[in-house]
Design a protein around this ligand. Sequence first.
Ligand code: UD1
Length: 364
Amino acid sequence: MKVFLVAGARPNFMKIAPIWEEMKRYPDEIEPLIIHTGQHYDDVMSKVFFEDLSLPEPDIYLGVGSGSHAVQTAKIMIEFEKVLLEEQPDLIMVVGDVNSTLACSLVASKLLVPVAHVEAGLRSFDRTMPEEINRLVTDSLSNYLFTTCEDANENLNREGIPDEKIFFVGNTMVDTLLRFRDKYDSTSILSQMKVKKEGYALLTLHRPSNVDDERNFTSILDALEEIQARIKIIFPAHPRTRKQIKNLELEEKFADMQNLILVEPLGYLDFMSLLANSKFVLTDSGGIQEETTVLGIPCLTLRENTERPITVKEGTNVIVGVDKEKIVEESRNILNGNSKTGKTPKFWDGKAAQRIVKILRRKL
Ligand code: UD1
């Protein structure tokens, strides 16, 4: 059985890594090939993750690069179709909710190649978010829907997807988080950044709704200005965010915040080390809401909603939106010792990839 493992953007790599490794345990049955679309291409957004996660070079690299949603999705489709026709895999696996996920599942479905979607069924119910469109379309096309939590199963059922296609297996990103724990515990990034355990907050920010919208970006910055007066903030900035800081002429505002340390995007191990040792995290990412929950680190999500409600219900996540007062108030709560505690959701136990591969071996 030849399986394409599709990845394209930074949050995909840690989700395919444990699946690739698990599949490699059955060389007589499964041949996994890593297809990298090239949606993310900078070394700091891509190559470093392959190195950190001990993944081999991709078997096939499509090299599509950046573009508008339509351009990027179309380019991936054109290149992926050629490869699919030539290689004739028995199954393609896509992960998450990025444009590569959508583009490849669309192409495979039309060529009648079965699609497995890992992290299926997450819904923010906010269709202004491009990822929500990607999730809806990918799930409606998929033959195997692997979910990270039971509320995702309910979402899929509500959309008419039958139980036979849905498998609650847990979270492959957590497989990676647990497997690499020793490695990121021993990086030197804290001393490089001149910080101590719990002596800083970690910030990530890259959603178009936050950084492309001047009002929202400014509101968040106003909050950060107050927070950094009390605790150092480390901010590895996404390329999109860097660009927007320049476009919106916010450089000076950043320069004035002496306790906010703007750095380049970090690799997996350095980033996880900073996350695991932080006092708290401010983020608009999806995956980081889950990683903080597993590590018991308080997380303030700078969005109005989440497709990962389990991190709020069971974990350490608090949705704060982009209102300055709310962000400052929740940060103050944490700094005053009143942070939210939580538990690790069911099946976020390091065995999700094993469950996925077991199901596929039985079914195929
Ligand atoms: C994508 C995903 C988003 C995910 C994020 C993680 C979609 C719709 N969005 O958003 O869900 O949370 O990845 O990072 O798929 N750029 C570079 N170098 C790179 C990649 C991007 O400079 O290696 C710059 C380019 O200017 C590009 C911009 O970042 O136009 C945005 O990249 P893109 O892949 O379109 O979306 P992300 O914002 O990264």
